[in-house]
Design a binder for this molecule. Structure first.
Ligand code: PLP
Length: 383
């Protein structure tokens, strides 16, 4: 069995897998299911600190991002796309697909957005219907401070769409306090359920904007307005994947009961970064590290694919490469959700230590020793 240490999909706990095999009902016809769905959506809302309604959509993380853009964008709308990573830039494609005009605000992919510089930019440029921003851009692991960025955008009347797929529940996310109009999450990252579901919260302002459109939303599956009255009407726009939602609920209950989840992510993320730096490796991100994923620069004269292959074949641990401009240049450890536990991370670092030495990289210390030293002080990791 391979140990999954990728930044999504992540490890899935047994109670989540078992919940997916429970007997099912017809989710279109049973009142009980509508209550269960609503209750599960409310649990998500509680965990991300919002009173806005939350909807679970029947599709992978990407569906949430596309649905947000499909529902908000009208022909010719100017949309500010905050771009310091692959997913950040990717929003421009969705905006264009639905007839909008993306305006890219592109900064160094190695750093989180500088909020002061963004504030300067917005003084002169603020004529946008909405803006998109990614909290943790997974291919690099950069963490953007949406708690400062979104209120700033919102002060200009710009609606905010946040992709929090890779950070939700692993990093602080306070949707209402941060003035986030639509936030997107997914099942296969920190949540630690199998891939297949995403969820969004939608503010009143965002719904009003959708209702005021002159042209209809150019999507059915991605039309968020269709969900607005599902409970009153006892009607979903399509049959809900009930077994997936049973699994998701078990995963959310695990998170709800896990009072130390944020502290543990922080302490494990910190331990990994310190270990890698002390070992003489360079991290891709120079400012704004996410506690859910770390991208390590591949040392010169070593190939990313060789590291990944040895880790997998010899040590049975699956870590990831990356995509876009980071492709071949970094390897990534996903330390999010169920992956974020002391023993799996220590085992991964032990295997990485051996792998790098086999490939001729002169590591000066054992990575797992440094990691243990750093996290031992933390009660959250139960060393
Ligand atoms: C994983 C992820 C998504 C969803 O992508 P999938 O292809 O559905 O896995 C979206 N945004 C971010 C930042 C992600 O990490």
């Amino acid at each position: 069995m391979l140990k999954i240490m990728t930044p999504g999909p992540t490890q899935v706990r047994e109670n989540v897998r078992l919940a997916r095999s429970r007997e099912i009902t017809n989710p279109d016809l049973e009142q009980q299911f509508f209550d269960f769905y609503q209750d599960t959506c409310r649990l998500i809302g509680k965990l991300i600190h919002t009173d806005n309604p939350v909807y679970i959509l029947g599709g992978e993380g990407i569906l949430g991002l596309e649905a947000a853009c499909a529902s908000l964008t009208e022909q010719g709308d100017k949309v500010l796309v905050l771009d310091n990573g692959v997913f950040g830039e990717g929003f421009a494609d969705f905006v264009r697909l639905y007839g909008g005009e993306p305006v890219l605000y592109t900064t160094d992919y190695r750093e989180a957005f500088d909020v002061y510089k963004l504030a300067e930019y917005l003084k002169k440029n603020h004529d946008f219907k909405y803006a998109t921003v990614v909290q943790c851009d997974t291919p690099s692991g950069v963490l953007n401070d949406v708690s400062r960025i979104c209120p700033l955008l919102s002060s200009y009347g710009i609606l905010t769409v946040v992709d929090a797929v890779a950070s939700m529940f692993g990093e602080v996310l306070e949707v209402d306090k941060s003035c986030i109009d639509i936030v997107c999450g997914g099942s296969q990252k920190v949540v630690s359920a199998p891939p297949g579901l995403c969820f969004v919260s939608v503010s009143k302002r965002a719904f009003i904007s959708m209702e005021k459109r002159t042209a209809p939303i150019a999507s059915y599956y991605g039309n968020l307005l269709c969900f607005k009255e599902y409970y009153e009407k006892k009607w979903f726009p399509y049959t809900m994947p009930i077994s997936d939602i049973n699994g998701l609920r078990a995963a959310l209950d695990n998170i709800y009961e896990d009072r130390d989840i944020l502290s543990r992510h922080k302490s494990i993320g910190n331990g990994i970064r310190q270990a890698l730096r002390k070992g003489g490796l360079s991290l891709y991100i120079t400012k704004g590290d996410s506690n859910t994923v770390t991208a390590i620069e591949v040392p010169t004269d070593i190939k990313a694919e060789d590291i990944l292959r040895i880790m997998k074949e010899k040590y049975h641990i699956l870590i990831a490469g990356s995509i876009g401009i980071m492709s071949g240049k970094v390897i990534r450890i996903g330390h999010m959700g169920e992956n974020a536990n002391y023993s799996d991370v220590a085992e991964t670092l032990k295997a990485l230590t051996k792998t790098l030495r086999e490939l001729g990289f002169p590591l000066t210390v054992d990575l797992e020793d440094i990691f243990s030293e750093v996290v031992r002080k933390d009660i959250y990791c139960q060393v």
